[in-house]
Write a new protein. Structure first.
Ligand SMILES: CC(C)(COP(=O)(O)OP(=O)(O)OC[C@H]1O[C@@H](n2cnc3c(N)ncnc32)[C@H](O)[C@@H]1OP(=O)(O)O)[C@@H](O)C(=O)NCCC(=O)NCCS
Length: 235
């Protein structure tokens, strides 16, 4: 490994480079690399992400690019927050029909994108989520949480392949109601990690936008580590 990017491979949608540290990726590095116009995503596989990937990305990569991190964890290395998971009246709500899951997924995605990150995401992302809802979600790999009768959390997992073409379970959405207090959040995280340990096969990943600080912190807290950065040109 080196702090200069080293070409690894090209696929239909990605061109991959290896680099020592996430910190070394910046606009200049991106601009100097061969990145054919017909390949939408420039990917950097790195071995060190430093202590604060959010700060590194904001320091080094301008608004001209969309940046998403891919985090990974081994099932055994997932960290369950210490708490009594019966605390705070947070419980697993029996997932209803798949349509209910789809509806909750799409309404929370839309709400978060419009209210928390207005203008950050292209319209294509919502279309992507609609496609995921229609074709990939399943009741078995969806977890609904409730506080009393109020739905207060959702986690969905889909099976995909990683950049080594290995099967991996991808946490493609996690949402916790904004109004939850800290004991409820910790209880929810506890239920989420226990559930993930039950349903994932071995490795698990997730894709998190560079601006989604809370989500980055959430996945770090439960044992995920960023290993890949995907860059897209904003049109
Ligand atoms: C991503 C998400 C599920 C993480 O939830 P979370 O782990 O409870 O973390 P949050 O940052 O929302 O928590 C709010 C506060 O509780 C604190 N907190 C949460 N869990 C904690 C824990 N286990 N220990 C100590 N503090 C904790 C956080 O530090 C934060 O405090 P702050 O506001 O002073 O920084 C939640 O932020 C969310 O629903 N976001 C919108 C949906 C989204 O973007 N999903 C990601 C796409 S996959």
């Amino acid at each position: 490994m080196t702090d200069r990017p080293v070409f690894w491979k090209t696929t239909e949608k990605n061109i991959y480079y290896r680099i020592e540290a996430l910190e070394a990726v910046c606009d200049r590095v991106i601009e100097e690399l061969p990145w054919p116009g017909n390949i939408p995503t420039l990917s950097f596989i790195f071995s060190s992400s430093g202590p604060d990937e959010y700060a590194a990305l904001h320091r080094n990569i301008s608004g001209r690019y969309g940046a998403r991190l891919v985090y990974f964890a081994e099932k055994e290395k997932l960290i369950t927050p210490k708490c009594a998971d019966t605390a705070a009246n947070i419980r697993i709500k029996k997932a209803g029909s798949l349509d209910e899951v789809r509806q909750l997924y799409l309404s929370t995605v839309l709400q978060v994108f419009n209210e928390e990150f207005p203008g950050e995401l292209p319209d294509s992302r919502m279309k992507f989520s609609e496609n995921v809802a229609r074709n990939y979600l399943s009741s078995e790999k969806s977890l609904c949480l409730a506080q009393g009768e109020r739905v207060s959390g959702l986690v969905t997992v889909v099976g995909i392949k990683d950049y080594l073409e290995r099967p991996v379970d991808c946490v493609n959405w996690v949402w916790l109601d904004k109004s939850l207090g800290l004991p409820e959040r910790i209880a929810a995280q506890c239920l989420i990690v226990k559930w993930l340990k039950q349903i994932v096969a071995q490795r698990v990943n997730c894709y998190i936008d560079s601006f989604n600080f809370r989500s980055q912190r959430f996945f770090r807290r439960i044992g995920f580590v960023p290993l890949c950065l995907n860059i897209e040109r904003k049109s």
